[in-house]
Design a protein around this ligand. Structure first.
Ligand code: LFR
Length: 489
């Protein structure tokens, strides 16, 4: 049988995969053909991504996908904000720097000396995060101006990979929207911000809508890998926005939490809501597929568990996520809370010790065991979701009865259950493969096989099993929330 297949690459902070997708009996069928770990590399005090390794893994995925029936098109998504710089000969100047690298520490203050914070927010509508491209670039302006002089083009990671595969340099809209350099209203690079920060305008490629065919696989790539020149489609390159495409609902207004390394808590709107309230809540108006905006809060998410797990491995104790969940269940709940988004939790390192320090400083019971730490992480995240829910509801003036949790993080039943309890709302969990499904669906929309996002969401709802969690222990959670709020800075 000759089914059209598409190939999705989904890069996450800890791992990446290549997944083949096809439509069959009105459902999307997926097959993972390649999975690889994604490890940052420290060199001379800088934390890099291994960009060439990423290209190697893409090539591996292509070869394996060919063996599994081939594909008509390729779409690539990654986390937001990170980029590679290309010189005038088309060569990569250096490996992409990791957004958790400390070059951006203190850069917000520096930027706001050149252009007021309010003005940046009003133009971009984005939540301020040290790692946003704007602050990474200003670090280059101040500390390594020569690299910007050598740069001819800046390519955000999915655009960089699309360029490696096709030779075409473009800026796909949803990724561009994570930079905090985009005028959210005009959907163009903001001249005002670039000029104020002395970032050269010439390095920014033309912005294209998500779902644009960028080009075909280059002849040298086809020859090396022994494949036909498939189309490369600039899908919703920002993973979060690929995930939003796959929220399994037909409602126009809904709340989602995209749960991976980060938890992105938000709702889909027809356009940005930038005003005093949204600035006070520090919420993002992020560009989504089509002409949508997602109003969302970045919450640190399962990074806290992932990085704690890495710390325990460094100490010679290796636990699976399943074991960690078991241990969390064994601990007494509601004992200690952290603000998961306190700045000390962002960099890699000894997260359990930083959690203990937070609790010590705030006069709480200090979590000692692995189970106590994991319980503290999960309940604090669930309560931070509630905090975000209140902020989003106050910005949109709506009440949302249901929360859709999507992405790999929902494999933690504990987190889903706690999210339902803390928010006092029903949680519908699924799909787990939200980002890959959205990536696949956007490719199928670009090829005319799926009509629009509404149809994509219906198909995805029919393709995937979801699980419901009803709120329990609501009074206990309400009491915990009052306590928790006093620890938010
Ligand atoms: C999630 C995500 C978030 C972005 C963060 C850093 O994977 O893309 O949306 O804020 O990573 O890029």
């Amino acid at each position: 049988e000759n089914k059209k297949q598409v190939l999705a690459f989904d890069f996450g902070g800890g791992s990446g995969r290549a997944i083949l997708g096809r439509l069959e009996d009105g459902k999307i069928r997926m097959e993972e053909v390649h999975r690889f770990s994604n490890d940052p590399v420290m060199l001379n005090g800088t934390m890099y991504w291994d960009t060439l390794r990423h290209l190697f893994e893409i090539k591996q995925g292509i070869v394996k996908a060919k063996q599994k029936g081939g594909f008509e098109s390729i779409g690539i998504d990654t986390w937001g904000v990170d980029f590679g710089l290309i010189d005038e000969h088309g060569d990569l100047l250096e490996s992409a720097v990791h957004y958790r690298d400390d070059r951006t520490v203190g850069m917000q203050e520096e930027v706001f000396k050149a252009i007021p914070r309010e003005e940046v927010y009003n133009l971009t509508g984005l939540q301020f995060e040290n790692f946003n491209t704007i602050f990474q670039l200003y670090a280059l302006v101040q500390k390594r101006p020569w690299i910007l002089e050598k740069a001819d083009k800046l390519l955000l990671l999915p655009d960089l990979f699309n360029y490696f595969l096709t030779g075409e340099k473009r800026a796909e809209y949803t990724m561009a929207a994570t930079t905090q350099l985009l005028d959210a209203g005009k959907k163009e690079w903001s001249d005002r911000i670039l000029e104020a920060l002395r970032i050269p305008k010439r390095i920014f490629p033309e912005i294209i809508p998500s779902g644009t065919v960028v080009g075909n696989l280059k002849p040298d790539v086809c020859e090396e890998l022994g494949v036909e020149p498939a189309k490369v489609i600039a899908i919703t390159g920002h993973d979060t926005q690929s995930a939003v495409v796959s929220v399994p609902t037909q409602e126009k207004e809904f709340i989602f939490i995209s749960c991976g390394t980060w938890s992105l808590f938000g709702t889909e709107l027809s356009g940005p809501v930038i005003g005093e309230k949204s600035m006070a809540c520090d919420v993002s108006n992020e560009g989504g597929y089509g002409n949508t905006t997602t109003l969302l809060k970045n919450i640190i998410g399962l990074w806290l568990a992932q990085e704690s797990r890495r710390q325990w491995i460094r100490e010679g104790r290796e636990y699976s996520f399943g074991e960690l969940e078991e241990m969390a269940l064994g601990a007494e709940p509601f004992q200690s809370f952290i603000d998961p988004d306190a700045p000390e939790f962002v960099p890699a390192g000894n997260i359990p010790e930083r959690i203990r320090e937070f609790c010590r400083r705030t006069g709480q019971k200090v979590p000692e065991t692995v189970g106590e730490i994991m319980c503290c992480i999960n309940q604090s995240l669930a309560l931070k979701y509630r905090y975000a829910l209140e902020q989003i509801e106050s910005c949109t003036g709506r009440h949302y009865p249901v929360i859709h949790m999507i992405g790999g993080g929902i494999q933690s039943k504990l987190l889903c259950r706690m999210a339902a309890g803390a928010n006092g709302r029903k949680v519908i969990a699924g799909p787990v493969e939200a980002t890959a499904l959205g990536n696949i669906a956007v490719q199928m929309m670009a090829m005319g096989e799926i009509k629009d996002v509404k149809e994509a969401r219906r198909i995805i709802a029919e393709s995937e099993t979801t699980y419901e969690y009803l709120p329990q222990d609501v009074e206990k959670w309400d009491a915990a929330y009052e306590k928790f709020k006093t620890y938010i800075h």
